[in-house]
Design a protein around this ligand. Structure first.
Ligand code: SF4
Length: 426
């Protein structure tokens, strides 16, 4: 059997992002949504749309304390906010990029045109088979691929107005094997798509042997509350890590590689964020991947020139990226493969070259001893009561006023149901 290849830290650049110097600022503009996603991080608690004044204060806070290159507007469903255009304009006037995180369902061509006019950089769509939404043709989907037409519809709409388009799915035990097909879909439509993200599903296990506390009070998780509480059977079916996703992509696309990462806050072997870019032409022929030096130079130069680290580049680099092959071994290999390919038919030298960004995110893990491992220097921090908090755990503050803590309560003190790192959260 073919051996799987896993990421190696020696070949990866550790992104220089930190709490106070991080290109991403996360702002949730509403807790209202028009669909349902399994394991959603956000509860509808009746807060509704945040007042514009408060959102603008949060954006200014993030600019000041995070030194952001980009503000990601999330929710709930961010485009439902009645002042979304004003907010985009506000971010644009502050000379930051803006990305809207959306399920797409309420998106129209005319709204897209207005968003573009207001200065929006791009949209990141979450469309996957874990959702319940009115625009699915079937209630129960057998495969992630059944949604490709819907994704394509949004890709075309965004492309028409010339914005950045990104597509994300939640990876579960059920659709994990389909990850390569999802990547292939993005490769086939590279003219419309800039990147994809694969966010591993997380859940908080409801099972004997674990008790939960917040503010020193025991919490009864069964009686509702957090949207990501799952029972034991479901958790045992998860257990996927970012390394597994890397390995399955690498197996199907040997030219793929990751070039940068963020580790975890506890385990030195984790990869909580793995960022990579496949280089390819418009016909889906792949040549290689960005190496760590390209990411290092891009981050450093962007910081030197603009004062912030880089995220969501506005423009496609095309063949210019091959200039980095002076410094980057991985790009030298890609360039050499491209030249060999083009020499067979010299007209190919003129065909456009693209890069497909692939981001893998391993959400927080509950470790066997009950500690929770987060992403080191979390890029998706938001403002809550004047403090920066991990957006994936915001609901714990909203519901319980503090982070939830797990206590492993088995009798022997060592053997628990958490035999391995579970892909679970808190
Ligand atoms: S810690 Fe949570 S919010 Fe931060 S990047 Fe990781 S998953 Fe996202």
């Amino acid at each position: 059997m073919e051996a799987l290849i896993y990421p190696d830290k020696a070949n990866l650049y550790r992104l220089p992002w930190s709490m106070n110097d991080n290109p991403i600022g996360w702002v949730e503009v509403t807790d209202i949504c028009n669909i349902q996603c399994k394991g959603c991080y956000r509860l509808v608690m009746g807060e509704g749309h945040k007042p514009v004044r408060q959102i603008k204060e949060d954006i200014l806070f993030l600019k000041k304390w995070r030194n952001c290159d980009n503000i990601t507007l999330a929710g709930g469903e961010s485009i439902l906010h009645p002042h979304i255009l004003d907010l985009i304009k506000f971010i644009n006037d502050l000379k930051m990029k803006s990305i809207i995180l959306t399920n797409g369902y309420a998106l129209t061509n005319s709204l897209l045109k207005d968003l573009k006019k207001a200065g929006l950089t791009g949209l990141s769509f979450h469309i996957d088979s874990t959702q319940i939404r009115p625009d699915f043709k079937k209630k129960k989907l057998e495969s992630e691929l059944e949604l490709n037409d819907l994704r394509l519809k949004y890709g075309k709409m965004v492309n028409k107005v010339g914005l950045y388009a990104h597509f994300g799915i939640t990876v579960t035990a059920r659709n994990y094997q389909e990850v390569p097909k999802f990547i292939q879909w993005a490769i086939d439509n590279i003219k419309l798509i800039n990147g994809v993200s694969l966010i591993i599903y997380r859940g908080l296990p409801l099972t004997e042997g674990i008790e939960y506390y917040a503010n020193d009070k025991k919490i009864d998780m069964k009686s509702g509350g957090l949207g990501y509480v799952v029972d034991k059977d479901e958790i045992e079916g998860i257990g996927i890590t970012s390394k597994d996703i890397y390995a399955i992509i690498k197996k199907h696309f040997p030219d793929y590689d990751a070039s940068a990462y963020l580790g975890g806050t506890i385990d030195h072997t984790s990869f909580k964020w793995l960022i990579g870019n496949i280089i390819l032409n418009g016909k889906g022929k792949t040549f290689g991947a960005f190496g760590k030096k390209t990411l290092e130079i891009a981050q450093t130069m962007h910081h030197f020139i603009y004062g912030t680290y880089l995220v969501y580049p506005k423009n496609r680099f095309g063949k210019i990226v091959f200039l980095m092959s002076f410094f980057d071994r991985s790009l030298r290999k890609a360039l050499s493969k491209f030249i060999r390919y083009a020499l067979l038919k010299p007209i190919r030298f003129f065909s456009p070259i693209n890069a497909l960004g692939i981001g893998i995110v391993q959400a927080p893990d509950l470790l066997p001893d009950g500690r929770v491992e987060m992403c080191d220097d979390c890029p998706d921090m938001c403002v809550h009561n004047g403090k920066l908090v991990n957006s994936c755990r915001l609901d714990e503050y909203r519901l319980y006023g503090d982070l939830v803590q797990a206590k492993i309560v088995n009798e022997q003190g060592k053997q628990t149901i958490l035999k391995n790192r579970s892909q679970v959260l808190m």
